[in-house]
Design a protein around this ligand. Structure first.
Ligand code: ATP
Ligand code: MG
Length: 563
């Protein structure tokens, strides 16, 4: 998996993709009475990540495009790992992406009765049996892809005995792990999933929806395909790893179906991103071990993390459209996602001034008071209007915008040099004040050229650099959280010998106090801005009017590796 996709060469959205072609062919052939019914089937055992967004955009997108419907179905077959918190977060994330499942919120657990009856019917038909062996013994008999497995000594027990044992399992008469129900298919099948897969196991934990009604729960593979069937799903879209499960799903549906209808499963490639991990199991580990502050930590690839970080649904969807759907696994460059975020935020965000690493500038010949500078909020979007920032004798500029002894092509502030303060005057650097002990520059003294403001006689004075600034007396302090990649390795799970946590970036979060223009005091949770010349930022959920907190969403340019 090392074919990292490069900068987009154009949207792959043009022309039907292979899934659209299949659906269009089915429609032309009059299958399913011309209906398209899809579903998004999350297991509520964690928060959704951007990989799920790829599936969501396809499941809901295909239904939308072909006049069909898309169900939301929680595949809640493992009460030990699932919770209502996850269900609620999943619904919030899908809505945030802009999709709607109407009143079709379903649960695999809605079908537990039907599934149980179906399991009993399989036993009666001699197509399932209770196995009394431990999971270790069963695993040891599985064989390998090239070697057939060994049949269980319980495989040929009578249907009556299996039925009785299965019912006792469900009444709670046996401990967890002591018995399972297996489909009786073929221990010599070249497809390992067909070698008498376990279809029910004993779990004595209450379920968030069915309470303590059940002591046996269907395996995901036993619930998923049948749930599709019960719901009349026409096109069951899933990721490539389920391709090898398809024969099992088909076999089960063959035992169940009464007419011609069967769900058609189509597999597509997963979304994998560089410098991150995308498995709920691993993300849960990061949360539990407090490597991140929670599922919605802005460094997480979760949708809740991205929302908190300031990513927009539009940007995420654009990115997903660009990478497209294929049959080949690939690793997608996280830079492509950031590129899409930048593109969208460039259009929609107001520009503001903030100085992350302030250096005080004293304009020694400036005597006025009460002067305000008017600035355009978004040159891309004139309807966003303008705002005023107070100007004064003392301002902050970015420390990196001054150099005492700069190289040749440094066009910002330097001793004797001129620079334009954006929207305001040209200033000349007269003097540098330093800390006697450390030699650090503590202040820069300048004089301003009064005629260089817009409307003045020298408004068009040629200077090579323009820098942003904030007034010292009116600036507000804001906490800014600067983010870097969560992992330093492109593929943190690439090696089986190295734990993925070894690749965590110890510098993925840096918290600083910055100086910002006073208008930011009114910013509300979720508001997005371009801090001019720096990047895009949004107000964090922990922000309060007294202590504003901003997340760095993305830098203006791709600076990865250049910091
Ligand atoms: P994970 O492996 O991250 O734990 P999962 O596949 O177990 O995810 P589910 O809740 O079972 O998570 O997934 C719901 C749907 O989302 C499935 O149809 C699955 O194929 C799809 N999906 C999960 N991860 C990705 C991904 N990285 N790219 C595209 N689709 C995905
Ligand atoms: Mg899964």
């Amino acid at each position: 998996m090392n074919n990292i996709s490069e900068e987009p060469k154009g949207d792959r959205s043009k022309g039907p993709n292979f899934i659209e072609s299949i659906i269009e062919n089915d429609l032309r052939a009059g299958k399913n009475n011309g209906k398209v019914v899809t579903r998004f089937p999350p297991e509520p055992n964690g928060y959704l990540h951007i990989g799920h967004a790829k599936a969501i955009c396809l499941d809901f997108g295909m239904a939308e495009k072909y006049g069909g419907i898309c169900n939301l179905r929680f595949d809640d077959t493992n009460p030990v790992k699932e919770s209502v918190e996850y269900i609620d977060s999943i619904k919030e994330d899908i809505r945030w992406l802009g999709f709607d499942w109407g009143d079709r919120e379903f649960y695999a657990s809605d079908y537990f009765d039907k599934l149980y009856k179906f399991a009993e019917a399989l036993i009666e038909k001699g197509l399932a049996y209770v196995d009394d062996q431990s999971s270790e013994d069963i695993a040891s008999q599985k064989g390998t892809p090239t070697q057939p497995g060994k049949e269980s000594p319980f495989r040929n027990r009578s249907a009556a005995e299996s039925l009785d044992l299965f019912q006792k399992m469900n009444r709670g008469e046996f401990p967890e792990g002591s018995r399972v129900l297996r489909a009786k298919i073929d221990m010599a099948s070249p497809n390992m999933h067909m070698r008498d897969p376990v279809i029910y196991r004993i779990i004595k934990a209450p379920h968030h929806r069915t309470g303590s009604k059940w002591n046996v729960y269907p395996m995901y593979d036993f619930a998923h395909g049948q749930s599709d069937y019960f719901e009349g799903i026409t096109h069951s879209l899933c990721t490539l790893e389920f391709e090898v499960h398809r024969p099992l799903y088909d076999w089960l549906i063959d035992q169940l179906k009464t007419g011609d209808y069967r769900p058609r499963q189509i597999e597509f490639n997963r979304l994998n991103l560089t410098y991150t991990v995308m498995s709920k199991r691993l993300l849960l580990q990061l949360v539990n071990e407090r490597e991140v502050s929670g599922w919605d930590d802005p460094r997480m690839p979760t949708l809740s993390g991205m929302r908190r970080r300031g990513y927009t649904p539009e940007a995420i969807k654009k990115f997903i459209t660009r990478i497209g759907y294929t049959k080949v696994e690939a690793l997608n460059d996280i830079g492509l996602l950031e590129h899409a975020v930048r593109e969208h935020l460039n259009q929609i965000t107001p520009r503001v001034f903030a100085v992350l690493d302030p250096l005080k500038v004293v304009i020694t010949n400036y005597q006025k008071s009460g002067e305000e500078i008017e600035l355009i909020n978004n040159p891309e979007e004139p309807s966003m209007g303008s705002r005023k920032i107070p100007f004064g004798r003392e301002i902050y500029i970015e420390r990196s915008d001054f150099m005492e002894d700069p190289p040749g092509k440094f066009f910002r502030l330097k001793p004797g040099g001129e620079v334009r303060l954006k929207g305001a005057y040209v200033v000349v650097c007269d003097k540098v004040v330093k800390d006697a002990a450390t030699g650090e520059v503590t202040e820069v003294h300048c004089s301003y050229l009064p005629e260089t403001r817009s409307g003045g006689a020298e408004a068009n004075r040629k200077v090579k650099g323009t820098i942003h600034w904030v007034p010292v007396s009116e600036a507000i302090d804001i906490e800014v959280r600067l983010y870097d990649r969560l992992f330093v390795a492109e593929e943190p799970t690439a090696s089986k010998d190295v734990d993925f946590r070894q690749h965590l970036n110890p510098e993925s979060l840096k918290i600083i106090t910055a100086k910002a223009e006073p208008s930011l005091a009114e910013a509300k949770h979720g508001d997005l801005f371009q801090f001019q010349r720096l990047g895009y930022y949004c107000v964090d959920s922990e922000s309060t009017p007294e202590a504003p907190v901003f997340n760095q969403t993305v830098t203006l340019k791709d600076r990865w590796g250049k910091r």
